[in-house]
Design a binder for this molecule. Sequence first.
Ligand SMILES: Cc1cc2nc3c(=O)[nH]c(=O)nc-3n(C[C@H](O)[C@H](O)[C@H](O)COP(=O)(O)OP(=O)(O)OC[C@H]3O[C@@H](n4cnc5c(N)ncnc54)[C@H](O)[C@@H]3O)c2cc1C
Length: 493
Amino acid sequence: MALNTRNPRYDWEFYTEPQVHVQNRKIQSSRGKGLGGSSMQNFLAFGENLCPINLSADVAKDFAVVPDPSSHGMNGPIVVSFPPYVSPIHKDTLDSLDGLGLLRNSESICIYFFGYILYYFLTFLQPFLVQQSAGRNVGSLLVPTAVDPKTATRSYSASAYLAPNVERNNLLVLTEAFVLKVRFEKQENNLHRAEAVDLVVDDEQLSVEANKEIILCAGTFQAPQLLEVSGIGNRDLLSNLSIECLIDLPGVGENLQDHMLSPIVVQIDQNMLTVESLRDPEQLKLQQELYDTANVKRWAASATIEASSPEAFVKTPPSALNGIKKQYEIMRTWIDSIHPLGQLLNLNGLFPVLGFIPDPSKRYMTMLAAYIHPLSRGTVHITSKDAQVPPAIQPNYLANPADLDILCKTVKFAYKVTRYVQETMLTVHHPVGAASMMPREDGGVIDPSLLVYGTSNLRVVDCSIIPLEISCNIQTLAYAIGEKAADIIKQTA
Ligand SMILES: Cc1cc2nc3c(=O)[nH]c(=O)nc-3n(C[C@H](O)[C@H](O)[C@H](O)COP(=O)(O)OP(=O)(O)OC[C@H]3O[C@@H](n4cnc5c(N)ncnc54)[C@H](O)[C@@H]3O)c2cc1C
């Protein structure tokens, strides 16, 4: 992970515009560059029950996991597992939380970073902790990882979906290719047909023509960027950049939402194994050996699962505001004791925190206090006709004071300091919403069949279409969107 994130070879390394509510800081926003996109660099936490899980008896005992097989898929391309080593820090932390009345979610547990992060969610009114699982989001738990335990390697979209199909003769994958724009022709029915994609490969500009459809999967920051440079978006914004507006769709690049977090570092027992312990080659080898075949067989044998009003805080064109108003109505119903609004992630190791200089001879753990249902809404828009110029990412973090309030409550639960949030807040890297699936009159960009309004054959298939942030990690939803899109496209064909 560390090798992938913030490495310009694999990471687009975006920065937001200065965030006025977090001391004008520009927040670093990673996005995967390469086959598999961000699934190639994410932190592996598999937060939903879309795929199978292997569970060791020890983990089940320590974390009181009694999974309901009816809520878990039995098979699927992505392999999900629990790690063979779970630090005692996680059990101790969950035990302490038990003592505070924050009970384990008996349905499942979650882990992250090869078993180094423990994870729980926090409700707003009722104190606290909670996570998803079979739709029951309240309780503490350990997150499964998208790791194939047989090979101890990342299971992600390139390994799971592309690799098994790469020999197909109707599939051509161009790597190192950068899409510049989509070109359209106007049809008699007034819809626009996407006819070709312009791209650069090795400094050479190419054009690829579509027989049937063009599917855009450029992610929450770059899908709206490609729509705008191609002439789909807010007419005024496009005309300011001398781009001919083919389809006036003011919702493009609006309604941007993201999960935010604030880290709290705590010094722990010197003898604990933490992420930093892996710098020792012997420890690294030991941990890798835990994933050996014998262990996997033992696991399999013991597996128990076979199986307020937005206008004040949102600067958005009036025509794109309707959808956000409707989202606020939905979110009002979430302020109760059942729906989690916050999340604590327990990292068994040091998470870099601005201004904190760690002592390399000491061991640390970090609690990441995150806010999962933001009321603030932002934008991602182009500043140039050229798709190679990064878009202006304006998530408007903490613009709605309720977000700061809830994040502070989450932080206070573990650490009683308020100003800390503004100084240290970072992204969880879960941006969604900038090409939302909503009615056009509400500021939506795509319809329920994933078609961009006003086009006959351009679909968007990535996390930018999620209109409202969900209460857990979002990679599972990215896969679900891809699977659903495949069904829709097959049906259409
Ligand atoms: C550092 C990090 C950690 C995360 N950790 C977790 C986690 O632990 N659990 C979890 O559930 N989620 C996590 N996520 C979130 C999750 O991985 C992403 O939300 C999800 O992968 C997004 O899928 P997507 O298809 O929308 O976009 P992406 O996966 O980002 O795919 C977009 C693709 O489009 C390509 N692209 C963009 N523009 C162009 C262009 N002009 N030309 C050619 N190609 C282009 C990109 O290179 C990329 O390959 C994390 C994300 C990051 C960045």
